[in-house]
Design a binder for this molecule. Sequence first.
Ligand SMILES: Nc1nc2c(c(=O)[nH]1)N(C=O)[C@@H](CNc1ccc(C(=O)N[C@@H](CCC(=O)O)C(=O)O)cc1)CN2
Ligand SMILES: Nc1ncnc2c1ncn2[C@@H]1O[C@H](COP(=O)(O)OP(=O)(O)OP(=O)(O)O)[C@@H](O)[C@H]1O
Length: 198
Amino acid sequence: MNGESRSTLRRQLRAARRSLSPQQQHQASQQLWRQLAQHPLFRRSRHIAFYLANDGEIDPSVLMAHARRLGKHCYLPVITGWPADRMHFQRLVPGQRWVSNRFGIREPLIDPGLQARPWRLDLILMPLVGFDENGNRLGMGGGFYDRTFAFRRRRQHWTGPRLLGLAHHCQKVAQLPTASWDIPLDGIVSDQQIILLR
Ligand SMILES: Nc1nc2c(c(=O)[nH]1)N(C=O)[C@@H](CNc1ccc(C(=O)N[C@@H](CCC(=O)O)C(=O)O)cc1)CN2
Ligand SMILES: Nc1ncnc2c1ncn2[C@@H]1O[C@H](COP(=O)(O)OP(=O)(O)OP(=O)(O)O)[C@@H](O)[C@H]1O
């Protein structure tokens, strides 16, 4: 698949998730929580990276509230740091202060003392624009997740974070092409299924 069809597909799938009603979004968020709250991948994880749903993304906030009640450490991506093409993961604290990043997504006011190296986290929940049955993914196209987790490709035996892609069922497509820089996911969770990949 060439770059043009990739961006056409990205546009279509983003429009599909944005067109979901508030009720559908709410239900999907509950289904996500229902499937993951009891799952060992979630239960065994103490340091978990979430995201604030944007652009129709499936909303992990119900699961995040659950995680916080359990005393787990919850992190959000921050892209206002350095280098500018990289994500940092910052732990949420009581009385959290916020800023908007250049894409208009809210993120914690930067505080390096609260940031964790990505490989120190236990579980990363990453929003997907598209996915297929084989675990190939399509993101927003900024390459933030790809670059931030590029270190994973160089490891033979991996004990670092599990990577789970989250998406609405309507973002599933028959087949996505792989790019050489794509980082392998451990699984994909939608409102309707969990696909475990390794
Ligand atoms: N909720 C959430 N937070 C996230 C991500 C995400 O995908 N979802 N990211 C995951 O990477 C990072 C932000 N990446 C992004 C990449 C592209 C665009 C975007 O909207 N691009 C626009 C035009 C950008 C512009 O104004 O220049 C577009 O392509 O239409 C947004 C976020 C960090 N935080
Ligand atoms: N490890 C890397 N080093 C340098 N550039 C990278 C790397 N990974 C990805 N990129 C760049 O990031 C851009 C976005 O890649 P791609 O279209 O695969 O994004 P995506 O699948 O939407 O994923 P993401 O969620 O990471 O944005 C590509 O143009 C690619 O050149």
